[in-house]
Design a protein around this ligand. Structure first.
Ligand code: PRP
Length: 176
């Protein structure tokens, strides 16, 4: 079976420290209020879990899963909701939790869908952002790390469904 030895791009400790900062900002921005975290499956599960533990507000958790069909670059009509939230977000403070904003198509589409549901606020937290590939700009309110255009795995991100369990962000380079 194919096995990579990825280089560490962002260590477990670096991630944890950055999540402390993101949680602090969220705690300040929504002080005294409840937030609904929407974890976008599958890639964001580990980021969401760790971030949630550092948030000191009343928190509810929802999951969504989206699927892109065909060419991701072509149109927002290609993003489909495969799994939706179970409760109403009307009047709620929503924070979408993503692992990576790449082209931005998935998040741009998702944010448009959620805003139509009349929440009080919709914010976006993304662990990673790859500006080199961005074709659909979105505002990332809580960003972990801006990264170069490299194939990253681990901490929820996969290569062909694998390596999500790695506790760090690794990068696959040609030859390893
Ligand atoms: C990844 C990631 C985002 C999307 C970002 O999901 O979790 O949802 O791609 O890409 P974009 O900015 O180009 O739209 P993926 O389709 O790999 O699914 P997964 O999270 O289940 O691995």
């Amino acid at each position: 079976m194919e096995q990579f030895n990825p280089d560490v791009l962002i260590s477990e400790d670096e991630i944890s420290l950055r999540l402390d900062e993101l949680a602090k900002a969220i705690n300040q921005d929504f002080a005294g209020e409840e937030v609904v975290l929407i974890c976008v499956l599958k890639g964001a599960f580990m980021f969401c879990s760790d971030l949630m533990k550092k948030i000191s507000l009343p928190v509810k958790l929802e999951f969504m899963q989206l699927s892109s069909y065909g060419d991701k670059m072509s149109s927002s009509g290609n993003v489909k909701v495969m799994l939706d939230v179970t409760g109403s977000i009307k009047g709620k403070n929503v924070i979408v939790i993503e692992d990576i904003v790449d082209t931005g198509l998935t998040l741009k589409t998702l944010l448009e869908i959620l805003k139509k549901r009349d929440p009080k606020a919709v914010k976006l937290a993304s662990l990673l952002y790859k500006p080199a590939r961005n074709t659909h700009p979105v505002d990332i309110d809580y960003l972990g790390f801006e990264i170069e255009d490299k194939f990253v795995i681990g901490y929820g991100l996969d290569y062909a469904g694998r390596y999500r369990e790695l506790p760090y962000i690794g990068v696959i380079n040609a030859g390893n």
